[in-house]
Ligand binder design. Structure first.
Ligand code: PEP
Ligand code: MN
Length: 341
């Protein structure tokens, strides 16, 4: 249920409504928009009766939120959410490009990639240290050593960093070394992990599971939001279809589809979605044309030698070309590529 406050409601009136919500054993979530304050009452819906709030001073209206996701919904927060990641504005009118290798393989490999993507204009740096591999015999990532490289190189090139956490046991280390914590496609419904990242006050990059509906995807975001962490970035990265000529099937319609119902920023990862280098750039351009607030792209100095996801990683030259092609597309949809801080 959401309680819409009158535009002239005082802080004391807002507090009184939150107090009543807590008294009922529910959780209040405050959303202060430019024009009005909305208070979400989240919890057992059988306890929520509009008349318990409608008569309180300063209340304009009380409405149920019909969708199963509440805090992720535009009913709760009408304007687009804009996150601040070390001065970068994510989710506003800018397009944020996140680039870097699939895996951090060595300090030299990561530094070479980081310098190249920064020069080409990427605003954020990615690199996996804990890798979710289909085979237990494949390279699993450098673990904490990889996190240290991520942080050191990120600082050196002055780019905010993002890396994946796969398990609650690794969360403390990942959140210590990285600026943004990625929850990958395979863990999108690891509800314990979502709850734990919800306790942090750090941005979370949540990727859609290849088998998740849009509603399930937003319910996963809701897990994080309901624990009080409002900093969630969504990422479409392809869903499982029947055509095996691409790795997954990129659901580009997810972008406007999600933007209609949710205020959270939505990115697109064309690298994992297609699995094929030659398809990555066209799909990155299409993602921006479709209104995505960012793209995540894998880049490797020598993709043929990569320890994971070689076929989909762009060379630094191909990435630089992609950045040049993205700029006019961004402009055509009234956006601009975000410059690194
Ligand atoms: C990744 O971004 O490194 C990754 C493994 O992606 P996904 O979880 O989308 O497969
Ligand atoms: Mn990868």
């Amino acid at each position: 249920m959401i309680i819409v406050m009158q535009s002239k409601a005082t802080d004391a009136q807002v507090e009184a409504v939150q107090h009543r919500i807590r008294d009922l054993g529910l959780k209040p979530h405050l959303s202060r928009g430019e024009f009005r304050t909305i208070i979400g009452a989240i919890g057992d819906e059988s306890l929520m009766r509009a008349e318990l709030f409608a008569a309180l001073d300063g209340v304009e209206s009380v409405m149920p939120i019909m969708r199963p996701y509440k805090l992720a919904s535009r009913d709760f927060h009408a304007e687009d959410t804009v996150l601040d990641v070390g001065g970068l504005k994510i989710g506003g009118p800018t397009i944020t490009v996140v680039a870097g290798p699939c895996s951090i393989e060595s300090e030299a490999q990561f530094r070479e990639t980081a310098l190249a993507v920064r020069k080409a204009g990427a605003a954020m740096l990615r690199g996996g240290a804990f890798k979710p591999r289909t085979s237990p015999y494949s390279f699993q990532g450098l673990g904490e050593e990889g996190l240290k490289i991520l942080q050191a190189v990120g600082r050196e090139v002055a780019l905010a960093t993002v890396t994946e956490v796969m398990d609650v046991r690794e969360l403390e280390a990942v959140s210590r070394y990285a600026d943004v914590i990625q929850v990958g496609a395979r863990n999108m419904q690891n509800f314990r992990l979502l709850t734990e990242v919800g306790h942090l006050r750090k941005p979370v990059f949540l990727k859609r599971s290849p088998a998740a509906t849009i509603e399930e995807f937003l319910m996963s975001a809701e897990y994080i939001l309901s624990e009080g962490n409002r900093q969630v970035i969504l990422c479409e990265r392809g869903i499982r279809g029947f055509d095996n000529s691409t790795r997954y099937t990129l659901d580009l319609s997810a972008v406007p589809n999600i933007q209609k119902v949710s205020h959270l920023p939505i990115f697109v990862d064309p690298s994992h979605a297609t699995g094929r280098r030659e398809l990555v750039v066209p799909m990155a351009l299409a993602a921006v044309a479709a209104g995505a607030q960012g793209v995540m792209v894998e880049v490797h100095p020598h993709p043929d030698k990569a320890m994971s996801d070689g076929p989909q990683q762009l060379t630094p030259d191909a990435f630089a070309l992609m950045m040049r092609e993205l700029a006019p597309i961004a402009q055509a949809v009234g956006r601009q590529l975000q410059k690194p801080k």
